[in-house]
Write a protein that binds this ligand. Sequence first.
Ligand code: NAD
Length: 281
Amino acid sequence: MNDIVAVIGAGTMGSGIAQCLAQAGYQVEVVEPDRSAAERARRGLGEAVRLALLLGRGDRRTATGIGGRVRWVERIDELSAVGFVIECATERTTLKERLFGELDRHCPDDAVLASCTSAIPIARLAAATERPDRVLGLHFMNPAPLTTAVEVVRGEQTAPQTLKQATDLIAALGKEAIVVGDRPGFVLNRVLMLSIAEAAATLDTGTDAATVDALFEQCLGHRMGPLRTADLIGLDNVADTIEVLRRETGASHYHVPPALAALVDAGHFGRKTGRGFHDYR
Ligand code: NAD
């Protein structure tokens, strides 16, 4: 495998993963069709590197190197011969199936195609390609540069060599790979999305978000309650993920509660817009 890694989508996850890769010395090519999102991600990477310098991590030459290792493009057909792809586009099944088909046609035959999807079965994305043995899930957590483990999803057809290449890459980023089987939502989101939806549903009893989170944080010692966690993930992404889980499993307990739907409709997506269940302004 060559050392060029492509990241598809430069939102919350794609920009964080691109930063991890560039810091670890990989050449990175980021595909982002939305120019303002690309500009935000580019600025974010510059700020992260400056902050690391201020904190005494690395020197100026290393910092310049990190920025120089990332190439920004708008389309998949502008990618060079990459060895590994991490797809981080919006959580929509049809969009990701289309992207996997396009990546399959454009990328070298031996390139690994990974998705950072929150809930879409890997088998579904693999079926959009002619290389199902070289497809798997790499479910990074947010913020990618600060989290220490990745939920690695092995599809039924994922080859052992593909899994090894992926776990080697995760190790090179200084993270631990935790391998799980392929089910909608895998392990983490199959459970977490239910807990977020139920926590949001309790708001209709007149209890406020701060109280709900305080119960988890103070009574159970969780670092972050479910509603604060949802705000960090992005409420638009949480709603999309619950929809995917409902469609893929047919289980009625996966549903977007009215309190969550109202925030998404109003454009309050959590930390990234300054307001969600909590106010960050
Ligand atoms: P986001 O909305 O912040 O970013 C998605 C990006 O994809 C946007 O910049 C958008 O312009 C881009 N995009 C849309 N269509 C595209 C296309 N055709 N080609 C390339 N880019 C395209 O979303 P996010 O939170 O970064 O989530 C990205 C993926 O990671 C989703 O599958 C999500 O479920 C998953 N995920 C999110 C989190 C989280 O905490 N936010 C955690 C783990 C996994």
